[in-house]
Design a protein around this ligand. Structure first.
Ligand SMILES: Nc1ncnc2c1ncn2[C@@H]1O[C@H](COP(=O)(O)OP(=O)(O)OP(=O)(O)O)[C@@H](O)[C@H]1O
Ligand SMILES: Nc1ccn([C@@H]2O[C@H](COP(=O)(O)O)[C@@H](O)[C@H]2O)c(=O)n1
Length: 208
């Protein structure tokens, strides 16, 4: 079974994808980490994530980078969203994601274009969202827990800028697939959101 989980930044899609993977005993891939690794690798090489050639060179990153805590920072997220607009970067990361989705038994992948581009054949697709204020609050508290001192207004501005860039790009923009179920977590705690996600997957896969 392939489960595609898409949605905007800090909507809770990673939390839900990990919980679904545990529930169904499937491997999970956070595809945002791949774009974050490209962005960080460009910046560490002194390049500009907005430059197409620099961004493409960053796709040749050391796989060990995927475990680097630096990928979790807001600046890595921003660099990821800058490199991700370049079609050659998306093409360079495509096979790896499709191979993960296509492994025997299936997988859970979360990102922005899983249900639309990476695995349009997925058995269940969730589009996880929440209001921009709720998402900014979640990200703000997450950063606080990590010890980062970032003003709430800056976090909110970053969420809005990321939404606009991710939804506005011409290749594989963030959007709900036509056959995806919408899951708005604005008023749901983690446990309730996960339960709702499992119910939606069950409803989609009941007759398979
Ligand atoms: N339903 C929820 N209620 C409250 N907090 C939540 C909920 N879902 C997730 N969170 C918290 O919000 C933060 C962001 O969640 P998560 O990392 O799952 O989002 P995401 O959409 O994968 O983010 P990104 O793709 O931008 O990395 C985390 O601190 C997580 O624990
Ligand atoms: N399938 C994807 C996943 C991510 N991106 C881009 O990477 C940025 C960081 O993603 P997070 O999920 O870790 O927040 C994101 O803002 C996107 O620009 C993508 O394009 N496609």
């Amino acid at each position: 079974m392939i489960i595609a989980v898409d949605g905007p930044a800090a909507s809770g899609k990673g939390t839900i994808a990990r919980a679904l993977a545990r529930h169904y005993g499937l491997p999970h891939l956070d595809t945002g980490l791949l774009y974050r690794a490209v962005g960080v690798s460009v910046e560490r090489a002194g390049g500009d994530p907005a430059d197409p050639a620099d961004a493409l060179a960053g796709c040749d990153f050391d796989p060990a980078l995927l475990g680097d805590p630096a990928l979790k920072t807001e600046s890595a997220g921003r660099a990821a969203s800058l490199v991700s607009v370049h079609p050659p970067v998306r093409a360079a990361l495509l096979d790896r994601q499709r191979a993960f989705a296509g492994q025997p038994g299936g997988a859970v992948l979360d990102g922005r274009d899983i249900g639309t581009v990476i695995a349009p054949q997925a058995d269940a697709k969730l589009f996880v969202t929440a209001s921009s204020r709720v998402r900014a609050e979640r990200r703000f508290h997450e950063l606080e827990r990590m010890g980062a001192d970032v003003p709430f207004e800056a976090v909110m501005a970053d969420i809005i800028a990321r939404d606009q860039r991710d939804a506005g790009r011409s290749t594989a923009p963030l959007r709900q697939a036509d056959d995806a179920d919408l899951l708005d977590t604005s008023d749901l705690g983690i446990d309730a959101a996960v339960q709702r996600a499992i119910s939606l997957v069950e409803a989609r896969t009941a007759d398979r």
